[in-house]
Every structure is written in C-alpha cells, then in structure tokens.
Design a binder for this molecule. Sequence first.
Ligand code: GDP
Ligand code: CA
Length: 324
Amino acid sequence: MNVVTLAGGIGGARFLRGLRATVDPRSSTITVIGNTGDDLTLHGLRVCPDLDTVMYTLGGGIDEERGWGRADETWQVKEELAAYGVEPAWFGLGDRDVATHLVRTRMLDAGYPLSAVTEALCVRWSPGVRLLPMSDDRVETHVLVDLPEGRRAIHFQEWWIKHGARLPAAGFVPVGAEDATPAPGVLAAIAAADVILVAPSNPVVSIGVILAVPGIRDAIRSAAAPVVGLSPIVGGAPVRGMADACLAAIGVDSSAAAVGQHYGARAGGGGGGGLLDGWLVHDGDADTTVPEVRVLAVPLLMTDPAAAAAMARAALDLAADLSR
Ligand code: GDP
Ligand code: CA
C-alpha cells in the first residue's frame, strides 16, 4: 500500500509518527509531501522548519515538549548572535539544530536541489518515510499586515514568532508558488498512491501552501486513491498553535465543518476544486457535516503516539471504506 500524506510541522509530524506505527513497512510505503513555505534564511543559513520537524520527530531527535527543534538543545550560538546585536533575534536557532542548517546550506550552495538535500539529511535520521519537499523552488509565505505606515508583507515566521500571530492579517501570499513546480517524485507519488491523507496541519499556511504549488491540487483531484483529511480544529479551536488567526484572515471559521468545507469535496457538483472524499473530525464535533464528503467522528487528540496511531488507523479504514 502506498500512502501519501500532505504535512506541515508539528501536527503533521505527530500524525506521521502514528501512521508509521500503523502501516506494515514490509508491504507499504509512506511518502510525505512537506510544506516549505515556512522556510527562511537566517544568518546565511537555510532553515526548513516543517521538514525538520518531520525529520526530527520521526527520527527520534525532536524536543517532545516544545514540539520543534532538537532534544537536549542548547542556545549558545543564539546568545552569541544576540550579543553582537544582529537581527533577527526572535528565531529559535539551537546549537544542535544549527548543524542541520549548515549541512543543508552547504549542499544547496553546491547546487543540490532541496529534495536531494532533504534525502541526504534523512540518511542520518532514518525517518521511515520518504520525505519530499513540496517543491525544490523557493516558496516563502508572506503575511499581509496593516501597519500604521500602510499595508506591508512580512515573512510568515516574523508574523508567527516575533508577533505571535497577533498582528491582524489581511491575507497570505505564497511568494514564488506560482512559478514553482512540484519536487521530483511528488506528482508520481500522488498518481501511484493507494491512499492520500491530509494531516491535521494548519489548513492555511501548511496544507494551503502545498496546494498553492501548481499541479499538486490537480494531481490529487484526479488521483485514483481516496483522499481523507483529519481536522486540526477540535471543539472550535486549534489543538495547538494559532491556526485560528490564519483561518480568520482568509474568512474561514475555526470549526471542523468550516475547514472541511474550505478543503471541499472532490466529487460532485461543487466544482470548486475540492479535495476530500472523507473528513475525520473529533468525537465532540460529531455533528459536523460537509457537503458530499463522508464525515466520521473519532478521537483526534494526539496525546501520545498510540493515540496518533489510532487516528491513522481510522483514516486508513475510512479510506478503505470509501474505495469500496
Ligand atoms: P506547524 O507547521 O508546526 O504549525 O504544524 P502543522 O501545520 O503540521 O500543524 C499545526 C496544527 O496541528 C494546528 O492547527 C493544531 O491544531 C494541529 N494539531 C496539533 N496537535 C493536534 C492534535 O493532537 N490533534 C489534532 N486534531 N490536531 C492537532
Ligand atoms: Ca509550519
């Protein structure tokens, strides 16, 4: 069985850990199409936060409490940079993490595409999945914010981390997406998939940005495999993080129903380029309906790896049911 999953950072990575525990590696493959819209260059280093969160989580190197970055991290590089007064100082650049960015930057500078660099980094971490960036082309999500001096576009990370997503956002622009092409293997994996899953990741800046790469949405829409999504919104709020601020900026309610509808039905007369055949929502959101999408309520809180594995099992079961 070939399982393809669209994933952002923390929500995606924790779900993938459950998925990996659920499928039999002897007869199955998991291909992850990861968001790179959060990527940024810091002090000359190329940083790919979501790819690294997936790689570290699946490779056993993640800081479980924070959900991002390396376990047993220290922060001396960051402190030394701050002592020089160089900006940006708000990004959590850990000492162990820096090694990853050094390797990545050196390989990119030598001409390797991000997909090849990611594959090389994963040799160390053995994540048990094939981790593909959505594109080898540079795509950076910018946030439109209204400041006293007028409307400005700032890097997503600046809005998310420095401003804590508190500056009201007027929209998101995946800069570079329209000229980007899917990374090698992305479209082929979608076409060959037996199941396509949309992880419980940020619908706007994780999944939405992956879908902004021309060709990916169409490939999913025309894939033979059933498409099942998992809601990152539980009881009217994100389980973790500030996805509600992102949804508000694009005029979508923070509810499992609204996000399901935003993704839309693949089938039927909607005609709106929808994606989903099935939508998993949390137990407490069992009254959710999405036109022309099979909605199923199961526990969706990834309190531990076993809970994430049960979610993955439920998603695969729903997909199997949909393909009957
Ligand atoms: P980021 O890139 O690190 O922000 O991570 P993602 O985009 O992959 O995931 C962020 C989303 O994961 C947030 O909107 C959370 O609501 C969601 N999330 C985190 N933990 C859980 C969980 O236990 N259950 C569900 N359903 N969603 C979760
Ligand atoms: Ca992210």
